[in-house]
Design a protein around this ligand. Structure first.
Ligand code: FE2
Length: 193
């Protein structure tokens, strides 16, 4: 294969991304591509988390356009999709009170808080023998700027919200191509299951 035919690691970065975002994409690309195909998801996620952690104190990480909120709901800015579809980097922008539905994922997910306070509540889903089901909150964690967490399915049912009074911004790395698949969400638990 010639060098000209190799996909650039920056090939699918969003137009207008800051040079620091481009630098982060390069670090994430190396972290994901270092994974053998048989590597357990938590090992890949842990390596990606360590790569992301080094960028969360950079004030120039996101271009102003990628910090814009939506008054109606939390907003997603897709910053990068790996040309081989192995991961996506998304900035989530939250106004106070904005939250996701209760949901889980099809793939590993690494989350770093960049600004404000992100609050995560995890849930346990139980289906009973009579066909009824229950969704119970298990724990809530408060993640200030600089916090990096990750989850690996199954058992990753959660809800994320802006837990503070100011704008919150978090960086999410998903182990899938969110442009191709729409999102990494497997199921929303506010819908019939
Ligand atoms: Fe999630």
């Amino acid at each position: 294969m010639s060098l000209a035919s190799l996909p650039s690691p920056l090939h699918a970065t969003a137009p207008g991304a800051s040079s620091r975002t481009v630098e982060l994409c390069d670090v994430l690309t190396k972290a994901v591509r270092a994974a053998p195909s048989t590597e357990p998801a938590h090992r890949t996620a842990d390596r990606v988390a360590r790569g992301l952690a080094g960028f969360l104190d950079h004030r120039d990480l996101l271009a102003p356009a990628h910090l814009a909120p939506d008054p109606q709901r939390y907003r997603q800015h897709v910053l990068h999709v790996d040309p081989e579809g192995r991961f996506s980097l998304v900035a989530l922008i939250w106004l106070p009170g904005q939250a996701t539905p209760v949901h889980d994922h099809t793939t590993w997910c690494v989350v770093g808080t960049y600004r404000g306070t992100e609050e995560e509540t995890s849930y346990r889903f139980t289906r009973h023998a009579d066909g009824s089901s229950a969704l119970e909150p298990v724990a809530t964690t408060v993640n200030p700027p600089g916090t990096v967490t990750y989850l690996t399915p199954p058992g990753d049912i959660h809800l994320v919200r802006n837990g503070g009074d100011d704008l919150a911004v978090s960086l999410h790395v998903y182990g899938t191509d969110v442009r191709r698949h729409g999102s990494s969400i497997r199921r929303r638990y506010d819908l019939p299951v």
